[in-house]
Design a protein around this ligand. Sequence first.
Ligand code: ZN
Ligand code: MG
Length: 458
Amino acid sequence: MSHELSMQEEMGEKFLDAAARGDLTMVSTLLSQVPSFINHKGYRGWTPLMLAARNGHYHLVEKLLSHGCDRFLVNSSSQTAYDIAKFWGHKHISNLLSQTDVSCQRLLQGSDFDQQENYFSRETLDRMSAKRTDKVWLEAKQSHPDTIYLLFSNLSPMVSSPQDGNDGGETKLCQFKYEVVKDLLQKPATVLVFLGVEKRKNCSSSFSSSQTKGGVQDPAAWFAICTDDDEAELLKRCKQKNCSFPKMPNRDLLKLTEEEAGVVAQARSVLAWHSRYSFCPTCGSSTKLEEGGYKRSCLNLDCRSLRGVHNTCYPRVDPVVIMLVIHPDGNQCLLGRKKVFPSGMFSCLAGFIEPGETIEDAVRREVEEESGVKIGPVQYVSCQPWPMPSNLMIGCLALAISTDIRVDENEIEEARWFTRQQVIDSLFRGESPAFTAPPRQTIAHQLIKHWIGMNSNL
Ligand code: ZN
Ligand code: MG
């Protein structure tokens, strides 16, 4: 066994070496022998695709893509092959890696097709919103043996953490079957939210679906339960070890897989809405849950909210702008730190969008309020659901038209211009970085990385 393992390991190394050299023939030969080598991870988590991208081997990148390699894998510095190609200036390769669908590009001309996927943004489940009003279907799903339940207490999901001393391990959501949680469903204080069903295509191994008798896949439904039962008692329901309800969601919920983070983003935001809006915002009466947990209707029959459509009945999303401000010279960016940040950490400025405000105007107002810097053009980059409790972080680049800094000390402690080199050193852990970057799971980190990959003449 160990002999076989080392053989595999040796061949894997050979494969990575061939990829780094751009040896098409060797890559083809090895791939035909062991197809799984295509996503083989070597030193510091580098894959064949990353090595080919690093060294500018266009045809090899093309070949690996055509064999279905995973272009979204990251190395130990959180770089994808696309990041690497962009960083090393292999533009033809970064273009190739960012291409999604050619016809789509033709229809949306001028768009930047960087497929930036942020943490908490993966749509893991098919939400099946049309089924939320189908009570019969929902009830059948609730008691179905394949159905998965997630347990929340105080808006934190029950998770199992890696064993002590194993920092690399992932935190996993504890999953429950109907039989284990059905007593909780009877309790009046329990909130139940239908999250969706597992997607039929591309089900990853951790989201397997069961087979029905006809051999057709019947995707499992997922629900979230929020209960105020005693946490210690709830933990006894799980067979796994090291289970807990994390107390610091801002930190602890960043250790999930992308799939599970997407589910938590949805579940936590809806549950947070229920916990904060138990009474009718229009008349203050009690409300009842409807539509699989996606609606709260007022029980006062005279209430205005029952006539016409009112958004007070539905879960809320709060838009926040978060922006990386670029110096007029194109080679520095503005980062700030709040008092609550860990020491040395600087991040992008951010703030809530106000009623009647565009994204662009919110960016200009927030930057000027917090730092005194005036902003010209604003460009949208990507967004991120942030379930603390229900923000949508709208990530932008903002071009400064003034450079003097005057911080609003109520909001931030310090704001500074950092050079591109300082940012690169901080992001990729150089010798003595000028600041600590926010964690890779944040859109702030991704915006900074996005800027580094950009040409300095904006
Ligand atoms: Zn009401
Ligand atoms: Mg503000």
